[in-house]
Each structure stands twice: as C-alpha cells, then as structure tokens.
Write a protein that binds this ligand. Structure first.
Ligand code: GLN
Length: 447
C-alpha cells in the first residue's frame, strides 16, 4: 500500500530520492514467512518507514542531497537503520533533504524540490522535509529525520505531523553523515504521538560506536501516554509569544494553552531572557563544526572527483566548487572564518559562552516547571522560492528550535491547529535532559 501510494502521489510531493521497492517487497515477504512459521516478529514488523538520505544504508545510495555524494554507496549501515531492520521495519526509500541538512525548506537539495502535501506551492520545511512530507502524504507510516537546529521539528510543524528531537546522546549517530556533531540527533516522525514514541524506543540506546551515546536504560515510552495532566506544570516561554510571531500562530498557541489547562495542567509564563541569542550563536557554532566535518570531501575518499586538475590542491578546489551548493559553501566559509586564529575568541568562543548562558536559562526554568512550550515556528509553511535569495530570513524560521538544540534538550512538535489558509501550525514541547517521558505525556494528552 505504501509503494502504491508513493507511485500515486510522489510525482507531486517529490519526497523521495530513492524508492527501494524491490527490497521493501522482499522484506515484507520475509515478515510474512516469519509469521507463517509462528516465529517471533519484531516490534516494527511490516511497518513501512522512510529514511532521510543522510543515514548510511548499505547497497542504497546515500547522497545527503549533494552532488558531491551523488554516487556514494556506503560500505556500512547506520546503527539506527540496523536497529529498524532488526525490529522488522520495512524501509521504502530515502527521502529528500537540504544538502548536508543545511536549510529550513528542503530547497537546498541538489536534486529536487519537495512540496508540502497541504499546499504543493509551499515548502515542507527542512532540512528533513522529505521525511515529514512522506509521513504527511501517507507514503509511509513513520520516518526518520535528523535535527541539528530544528530539522525534525520545523518540517513536522509545516507538514502537520509529530516530530521528535531526542536529548543529545539518546540515539546513536553512528552512520549519520555529520553536519554539526555537538548538535546532530536522529529522531522520529509519525502521525501520532504513540507512533513517534514507539519509533524512538526502537532506535534509542547506548552504542559503543558513538562515544557520545548515553549509557542509560531505555523505557517503553508508550507507558507515559496518559489522558490527563493533573499535577503537571507547564511553562510558556514569554519571549516566544511576542514580536516576530505570526498572529495565526499566537492564536493557535493561546487555544492550545487553554486546552492544556482544561486537561488539568498548571500553566504559567516563564522567562528565558537569553533565548534570543540562540539564533546568532547557533549560526556561528553549526557552521564552525560543519566547516571541519565537511573537510573530508576531498575528491579522494568519497564521491565526486572533478576532471582536469593538474595538482592536488587544484583537484580539491575543482571538486568542491562543482560538488557543493551555495548554502554549503556559505557555511564552510562562515565556519572557517569564525574558527580562524584572529577571530576565534570574538566569534566561536563567544558563541560557546552564549550556549552556556542559554543552558542556564533552561535550567532555571525547569526548576519550576516540568515542560516548556513555544510555537515550533514563527509562521506556517512559506511559498517555494520565497526565501531562497535571503538566507537571513530563512535562518529566522529556526528562532524557537535552535536554543533547544544548543542546550541538548529533548523537544517535540505537535500539530495545534491551522491558519486561515488551512496550513498546519505546530507547538513545541521542551523537556529537561532525558525527560522524553514528560513531553510524550503532555503531547499525547493534548492530541
Ligand atoms: N535550519 C537549520 C540550519 O539550516 C537547522 C538544520 C538542521 O537541523 N539540520 O542549520
């Protein structure tokens, strides 16, 4: 059914870069055989899932939406995709993304522009726009994305689905192509909180191949899905419901807050005064890490090698000039500049101090409340092409998601209504470190 749906709607949605129909059918037959033989089947047996194309998959191209990796076949499997396969899930394909996950609209892909299934003249958000659109369009049941500064939550909001960025370290990054390693996390998309909770449980956990993965017991997240919120303390971050947020988004938030109160929650406003410095700090730190991580694309180890260079430096230069798109080049230049000897203290070091200050604001807020809420995005899905010439206005769509990433906290985006054009609006629920249980609880009760 998922493959039929992809055939029917993906020519308009353009969410997939590769559809793995043959492999999917073979995997489905294998599940049937296990069932016929009376054997145990995994938690996700037979569930069609889409994978963002920055997750390494053996035998399936992994392009990161970049020409530089257009022909790259990973020689190894990422930990998360291996876990899904072991649980019986059926990958139906790899989804489109902004090149190397840099962007907020999926327009930075070198291969195609994905449409928002609610209005195909609009973007699905990004960078995991292909995964969010695939779930919203019914081309799969659940999907995986990656979130460095909002790339799961923002497209989830734009496409009207649930998206979760876990606590930094909850999910192994082994086999996730690195963008900004201190921020990158893999997480689930689903049409319900329960689906997202089940998928997160299946991919989380310590992995000896990722030294930043946390050694903790992973609970069954579905046990936290309760219908009411008595005793639950929720804080609305006052800095996120004022200037710069569309009226339709503010109104939807107001209605959602009333509903949370009706469910028994105690809701109050809290202040995170340094939240607003998150965006500038993120756009120093993420490009800095990216400039270092992307140094590996040297025409020797991976993918593309441009013709016609007569020495080594020429080969690097020509390959990177031809292989990387404009946004990736912009980030490499920004990051290299911010890390250079003369500017390191003024930019990178300063941004790291801001990162600590933002963490302290969150810590103070969580002394009084269990969950924080903000709009996921300042506006609903914008028109394709509307922001492509204006990187700053594109960056502004990450206003409320990046501070959470800098602090390493878990957060979830849940649909909370529609604007006048019938475009979905998302509410972000933020938990303290490893308090995924609390955000799932509130989200499920609200849903
Ligand atoms: N939109 C943000 C950026 O361009 C976030 C991307 C992400 O989370 N991968 O960096």
């Amino acid at each position: 059914a998922a493959l039929d749906r992809i055939a029917a709607v993906d020519p308009q949605v353009r969410g997939f870069l590769h559809v793995t129909a043959e492999r999917a059918r073979a995997a489905a037959r294998a599940v049937d055989e296990h069932i016929a033989a009376g054997e145990d089947i995994g938690l996700l047996a037979g569930i069609p899932i889409a994978l963002k194309d920055n997750l390494c998959t053996t035998g399936i191209p992994t392009t990161c939406g970049s020409k530089i990796l257009a022909n790259f076949m990973p020689p190894y499997e990422s930990t998360v995709t291996q876990k899904l396969c072991d649980a019986g899930a059926i990958a139906v394909g790899k989804t489109n993304l902004d090149e190397f996950a840099m962007g907020s609209s999926t327009e930075n892909s070198a291969f195609q522009v994905t449409a928002n299934p609610w209005d195909v003249t609009r973007v699905p958000g990004g960078s995991s726009g292909g995964s969010a659109a695939a779930v919203a369009a019914g081309e799969c049941v659940v999907a995986l994305g990656s979130d460095t500064g909002g790339s799961i939550r923002q497209p989830a909001a734009f496409c009207g689905v649930v998206g979760v960025k876990p606590t930094y370290g909850l999910v192994s990054r082994y086999g996730l192509v690195a963008f900004a390693s201190s921020l990158d996390q893999i997480g689930p998309f689903g049409r319900s909180v329960e689906d997202a909770a089940i998928l997160l449980g299946a991919i989380a956990g310590r992995d000896p191949r990722d030294s930043t993965s946390l050694d903790i017991e992973i609970p069954d997240y579905t046990q936290f899905l309760k219908p009411e919120l008595k005793g639950c303390k929720i804080g609305v971050i006052s800095e996120t419901i004022g200037d710069g947020i569309d009226a339709s988004v503010k109104n939807a938030m107001q209605a959602a807050i009333e509903q949370l109160k009706d469910l028994g929650a105690e809701v109050r406003e809290v202040s995170c005064p340094r939240f607003k410095y998150g965006l500038p700090a993120y756009y120093i730190i993420a490009p800095s890490e990216a400039s270092s991580n992307l140094a590996r694309y040297d025409a020797v180890r991976y993918g593309l090698r441009a013709e016609g260079a007569d020495n080594l430096l020429g080969m690097y230069g020509k390959t990177r000039a031809a292989g990387f798109g404009a946004e990736v080049k912009r980030r490499i230049m920004l990051g290299t500049y911010a890390l250079s000897a003369g500017y390191y203290d003024a930019y990178y070091l300063k941004a790291q101090k801001v990162r600590t200050a933002i963490k302290q604001d969150f810590e103070a807020a969580f002394a009084d409340v269990d969950v924080l809420v903000t709009p996921t995005t300042p506006s609903t899905a914008f028109k394709t092409g509307e922001k492509t010439d204006d990187p700053l206005s594109m960056y502004l769509s990450d206003l409320t998601t990046v501070p959470v990433s800098l602090a390493g906290l878990p957060a979830l985006s849940i649909p909370c209504g529609f604007d006048a054009q019938n475009l979905p609006i998302g509410m972000q629920l933020i938990g303290n470190v490893l308090r995924e249980d609390r955000i799932f609880h509130v989200a499920h009760a609200y849903e």
